[in-house]
Design a protein around this ligand. Structure first.
Ligand code: INI
Length: 161
């Protein structure tokens, strides 16, 4: 059995972060967690581009355009859908997750799902603040790991010239 080595090296790779403005008091923490983690793993400041969208529902559309445009080794989707008292939650959370998953499965570069879906504001903040663990940082680590794996898979499948 052979196993691919997993390294968390973001050096020389380009990443896009797509972040929703809705619930920005949560999402700003996710953006910070993700960008700090990318820098820690060796990404250059200029290698991280941030795209803002109104809400989680708009994330897949932009992710799709970035995948088609090329130039990124990984795309990190960040948002916070908080249930509150409206059935809107199920549509926004469900459609956003479904469309990001659909894109991720066909994209040549990893598309990472870092959208919080919680019942309360407190639960969202617990998952976004540095003290309690930051899901933005987790999403960045997943992006770097997957970017390395995709590059490895591409190398293994490209016949020697
Ligand atoms: N967008 C979010 O990112 N989080 C939410 O909690 C949310 N809620 O609850 O409504 C939300 N709605 C906006 C939605 O994402 C779209 O921006 C809007 O429907 C316009 O298409």
């Amino acid at each position: 059995m052979t196993e691919q080595e997993d390294t968390l090296d973001a050096g020389g790779k380009n990443f896009a972060i797509i972040a929703s403005r809705f619930n920005d008091f949560v999402v700003e923490h996710l953006i910070k967690g993700a960008s700090d983690a990318l820098l820690r793993m060796g990404a250059g400041e200029d290698a991280i581009e941030l795209y803002r969208v109104p809400g989680a529902f708009e994330i897949p559309g932009v992710a799709c355009k970035l995948v088609d445009g090329g130039g990124f080794d990984g795309i990190i989707c960040l948002g916070a859908v908080i249930r509150g008292a409206t059935p809107h939650f199920d549509y926004v959370a469900g459609e956003s997750a479904r469309e990001i998953a659909r894109l991720a499965a066909r994209s040549p570069v990893p598309v990472i799902y870092g959208v919080l879906t919680t019942d309360t504001v407190e639960q969202a903040l617990e998952r976004a603040t540095p003290k309690m663990g930051n899901k933005g940082g987790d999403a960045a680590m997943a992006a770097v790991e997957m970017a390395g794996l995709y590059a490895e898979l591409k190398r293994n499948r490209t016949p020697d010239a």
